[in-house]
Design a protein around this ligand. Structure first.
Ligand SMILES: CSC[C@H]1O[C@H](OP(=O)(O)O)[C@H](O)[C@@H]1O
Ligand SMILES: Nc1ncnc2[nH]cnc12
Length: 288
């Protein structure tokens, strides 16, 4: 089977990575269903990279429909150890302006609990640490790549993840600001949680597309605006990804790579064989 050490998951407006050399289309299926689309696997800066459009080509999956478990499981099957997520986000603060890049360092969950958010169920229980939801090492690489690419980039900030697909009300947007949140999006969860459970380093390159709906001098966000700003910045985000990939080699390590070490609470003798088999690519090393 094809393999790759680095994964890139493209969000709204980023449905392909034309820079990938010798691209190969790979369709995978998993015990958690089919991923969003076929993976495109190729070389970038001498590294094997697997690209997946989060919403599928043509943007067919809404944020609640994105099959995050299948996506992350499939990245794991491919051997991915570092996963870069590119996301379109709304800004909740004046200084994070449309066109800027942000490397957030926290997440606040405002999804509605309808998205399956763990691999560990049906006879096995795990509680991974999630105090730092993004890998600091990968985030650092993204930050330096964005600076080198000439982006206006901000380090840090809390990304609120809402269910959507409707955008926020003004009251919600103002409340998110009062809580001190910096950005809003719809897809970083459960993706980041599942990547942690799969012991994959995960970080987000957030591309600010709008001021959500709170800003008195800006119109409320629309899809047209999001896509217009993203299209104007697509070459920039691809360059940031390229420069980041160049910095990720076999020596790349992350605290995420050991996330399960003390997390599985179920005694191995009690875990059903079928569950062990289903989760073997993710947790097999802890009970073999
Ligand atoms: C098209 S605007 C809303 C849409 O854009 C973001 O997607 P992604 O994070 O995949 O770039 C946001 O989360 C919503 O899904
Ligand atoms: N204002 C916004 N709210 C939620 N997700 C977004 N993605 C881009 N802009 C957004």
């Amino acid at each position: 089977m094809s393999s790759a050490m680095i994964g890139v998951i493209g969000g709204s407006g980023l449905y392909a990575m034309p820079d990938l050399k010798n691209p190969e289309e790979v369709r995978l299926t998993t015990p958690f269903g089919d991923p969003s689309d076929a993976f495109i696997i190729g070389e970038l800066e001498g590294r094997r990279v697997a690209f997946l459009p989060r919403h599928g080509r043509g943007h067919r999956l809404n944020p609640s429909e994105v099959p995050a478990r299948a996506n992350i499981y499939a990245f794991k099957l491919l051997g991915v150890r570092a996963l870069i997520s590119v996301s379109a986000v709304g800004s909740l603060r004046e200084d994070y302006a449309p066109g800027h890049a942000v490397i957030p360092d926290q997440i606040f969950d405002r999804t509605k609990g309808i998205r399956p958010a763990t691999f560990f169920e049906g006879g096995v229980v795990a509680h991974v640490g999630f105090d730092r939801p993004f890998c600091p090492n990968l985030s650092n690489i993204l930050l330096h790549a964005a600076q080198a690419a000439g982006a206006v980039v901000h380090q840090g900030g809390t990304l609120v993840v809402m269910e959507g697909p409707q955008f926020s009300t003004k009251a919600e947007s103002e409340e998110n600001r009062r809580r001190g949140h910096s950005l809003i999006g719809m897809t970083a969860l459960p993706e980041a949680k599942l990547a942690r459970e799969a012991e994959i380093a995960y970080a987000t390159l957030a591309m600010v597309t709008d001021y959500d709906v709170w800003h008195p001098e800006h119109d409320a966000v629309t899809v047209e605006q999001v896509i217009r700003v993203l299209n104007a910045n697509v070459a920039l985000s691809q360059q940031i990804v390229r420069l980041a990939v160049a910095q990720i080699d076999e020596n790349f390590t992350s605290p995420a790579h050991d996330a399960l070490r003390h997390a599985i609470i179920t005694h191995p003798d009690y875990i059903p064989a079928a569950v062990k088999e289903r989760l073997a690519p993710i947790a097999g090393r802890y009970w073999s």
